[in-house]
Design a protein around this ligand. Structure first.
Ligand code: NAP
Length: 267
């Protein structure tokens, strides 16, 4: 039998972390070895999540978990303020991170890429693990070549800490590489209320909506003479991200570089 991939989960008691723990329990090729979350050292992860004991402890320090449980992979769904330090720590210990936490700056991503190359270690950062969202990004970049007038609207639950979403930024980057630079809208337009036109990205706009009841949604709107095109993706629950996380864990163990975006793992 093939050796199981040992996986620790940073942010295991968070909304996404809980789903990852559930997914790991259902995949016989993956072994859940530790959960990392604040102030819970020693407590069984299953009990923390309100279920049966799993025989896997919660640890409040990532470094302790890396030393004690020797995971092959750390899945990180923590917070924008924590994720960069977590990635550095994983790579320092030769452990491959699979990161869904958003909020990393382009400079941090560049630095992590260099550390991966220098140490021949794999890492995956995916602003969105939902396959449908990846397809949306691909379709949007195809459309932007022919319909360069575009705006992005992303909608999330009201507990999200960063705006715009990592997915919206990644979508904007992909659109920008396919679209000829143009400044959209009327050259003399004035915002009567600050922020009314959203954030500017290379001459087009990104709008962030935060409401209870939402999970993660994004619409990309294109306009041209006499026609519009709307491409929309909805994650209606957090399970939608799990097949992508599963795919990334299995891919990262044989990578020796940073992969930024799940689109690089699917044809
Ligand atoms: P959440 O419910 O707030 O969970 C974050 C968890 O991380 C909390 O339990 C928090 O504990 C814990 N945490 C904070 N600092 C930590 C540290 N130093 N070490 C270990 N754990 C720590 O947030 P969420 O909704 O799960 O989202 C997490 C991240 O994933 C966000 O950045 C979100 O935007 C992103 N996300 C990505 C995707 C994707 O597909 N890539 C999908 C959904 C969400 P405390 O509460 O005790 O601080």
């Amino acid at each position: 039998m093939e050796k199981k991939i040992r996986v620790a989960v940073a942010g295991a008691k968070g909304r996404m972390g809980r789903e990852v723990v559930k997914m790991l329990g259902q995949d016989p090729s993956l072994e859940f070895v530790a959960g990392i979350d604040s102030k819970l050292t020693g407590v069984d992860v299953g009990e923390v999540l309100g279920g049966k004991p799993l025989g896997v402890p919660m640890v409040d320090s990532l470094e302790e978990a890396l030393l004690a449980f020797k995971p092959d992979v750390v899945v990180d769904f923590t917070t924008p303020s924590q994720v960069y330090q977590n990635m550095l720590l994983c790579l320092k210990h030769g452990v491959r991170p699979v990161v869904g936490t958003t909020g990393l700056s382009p400079e941090e991503i560049e630095e992590i890429k260099q550390i991966c190359v220098d140490n021949e270690l794999g890492a995956i950062i995916a602003p969105n693990f939902a396959i449908g969202a990846i397809l949306l990004m691909k379709f949007a970049s195809m459309a932007a070549k022919y319909m360069p007038h575009v705006e992005i609207i992303e909608l999330h639950h009201d507990q999200k800490l960063d705006a715009p979403s990592g997915t919206a930024i990644k979508t904007a980057e992909m659109i920008a590489t396919a679209r000829n630079d143009i400044q959209q809208g009327h050259p003399d337009e004035k915002e009567i209320l600050d922020g009314a036109r959203g954030a500017d990205y290379n001459g087009f706009r990104i709008h962030s909506v935060r409401l209870p009841g939402m999970v993660a949604h994004q619409e990309v709107l294109f306009g041209a003479i006499g026609q519009t095109l709307s491409i929309r993706h909805d994650s209606i629950n957090r399970e939608s991200f799990m097949p992508g996380v599963q795919m990334a864990i299995k891919a990262v163990v044989s990578l020796q570089t940073l992969v930024y975006g799940l689109e690089h793992l699917i044809d």
